[in-house]
Design a protein around this ligand. Structure first.
Ligand SMILES: Nc1ncnc2c1ncn2[C@@H]1O[C@H](COP(=O)(O)OP(=O)(O)O)[C@@H](O)[C@H]1O
Ligand SMILES: [Mg+2]
Length: 362
């Protein structure tokens, strides 16, 4: 990606540096590819008023998982950039607002609500765990308490106004805690849970796919689409492994498998129904059933999962915006239990088929 961004700055070096980093990601994906070449051209003046309006972010105890330099500009922007006009409600089952932020970025804000309490923490935890595992499919996400007054002022939508009034739970200081998630433009639903996709992706991640692929049983145009989507096989495998680790029970509900504008990249979104310390039997059964459809995994992901320890997870999940642990001890223990299940399943496959065939994705 080559991006030349001409922007303007006052003479405040730290803020200037932050914006030089934020602006190139105006159309932000989860992460630019490692080879991304970002060129920033800096001029003076126009951005100054916005910079002066920046909220002063409290110093944050960085989680160790926030160490990827490619995430740094968005982490800064999501934490501290001022909320702009034009916010609206975009949630279906939970309360989610699309919120434009200063510096040309936007976020999905999932706040604390009556119905879902502080489930927004799971959105932050999913981002942090993804980076600890070396995955870059989860959008950059931070904990942030936004001023209720700023949120009300940012919208003309009566739906958003009503949700703010009736559903959201601000703290005593008038700020609404939640997860600020980098907005990914141009997402499209990928119907992995519907046939023929459901059968197709099972073939992609099987050690011995059937002799007659589903592609031979569908009309030509559809077969072409399935062939094109096959490039997603490693990301589908890692999505299933990741969902097992997080204990996500909402992936296969119809609208939560998404691809970005390139259609070659899965975006792992919507994790507020993950990280339960205790899962109900039906949800656990379904997750295991989906996991057992996968027989080929990413070598790097499995290696990272093996290395997770209680201490490394405590550091990776880090703290919320008030400095309290993001997840409880019981939630972290549950991640380790599911990790053990995942690794035991992969090891069984390796014993049966050999490591090269099982760990056949990078
Ligand atoms: N970070 C984001 N970037 C782009 N679109 C998003 C983002 N977060 C949410 N959305 C859009 O909002 C919809 C609802 O968000 P989601 O996290 O799935 O909440 P819900 O719990 O209501 O299903 C998504 O299906 C997607 O279309
Ligand atoms: Mg959803």
């Amino acid at each position: 990606m080559n991006l030349a961004v001409a922007c303007a700055f006052g003479d405040h070096p730290p803020v200037r540096r932050a914006f030089a980093l934020i602006l190139p990601i105006v159309l932000g994906g989860c992460l630019p590819p490692r080879s991304a070449e970002v060129r920033v051209v800096v001029r003076a003046a126009a951005v100054r008023p916005a910079l002066e309006a920046l909220e002063v972010a409290r110093p944050v105890e960085a989680a160790t998982s926030e160490s990827d330099p490619r995430d740094a500009p968005l982490l800064t922007g999501l934490r501290s950039a001022v909320i702009q006009g034009g916010a609206k409600s975009v949630g279906s089952t939970s309360v989610v607002f699309k919120v434009p932020l200063d510096g040309g970025i936007a976020a999905a804000f999932k706040p604390e609500t009556r119905k879902h309490g502080s489930r927004w923490r799971a959105e932050v935890a999913a981002y942090r765990l993804s980076r600890a595992l070396g995955l870059d499919n989860v959008p950059v996400t931070v904990p942030r308490a936004a001023k209720m007054a700023a949120l009300h002022a940012s919208t003309r939508s009566s739906t958003m106004g009503r949700l703010l009034r009736d559903q959201c739970l601000p703290r005593a200081d008038g700020k609404l805690p939640g997860a600020m998630i980098a907005w990914i433009p141009g997402l499209a639903r990928l119907p992995l849970e519907d046939d023929p996709m459901w059968t197709a992706w099972h073939e992609w991640v099987a050690i011995e796919p059937p002799a007659r692929s589903i592609e031979l049983h569908v009309p030509d145009a559809l077969a072409k689409k399935l062939r094109e989507a096959r490039v997603l096989a490693p990301q589908v495998s890692s999505l299933v492994a990741f969902d097992h680790l997080t204990g996500n029970r909402d992936r296969w509900s119809g609208h939560n498998v998404l691809v970005d504008v390139t259609r070659t990249r899965l975006v792992y979104l919507d994790h507020n129904l993950a990280f339960d310390a205790k899962l109900d039997v039906a949800a656990t059964h379904k997750r295991r059933m989906v996991l057992q459809r996968v027989e080929r995994f990413s070598r790097a992901l499995v290696a990272s999962a093996r290395k997770l320890t209680r201490a490394s997870l405590v550091d990776a999940f880090g703290a919320d915006d008030l400095g309290a642990p993001l997840l409880t001890d019981a939630q972290i223990d549950a991640v380790l239990t599911r990790r053990d299940e995942l690794v035991a399943y992969v090891d069984e496959l390796i014993a049966k088929h050999g490591e090269p065939r099982v760990l056949s994705f990078d």
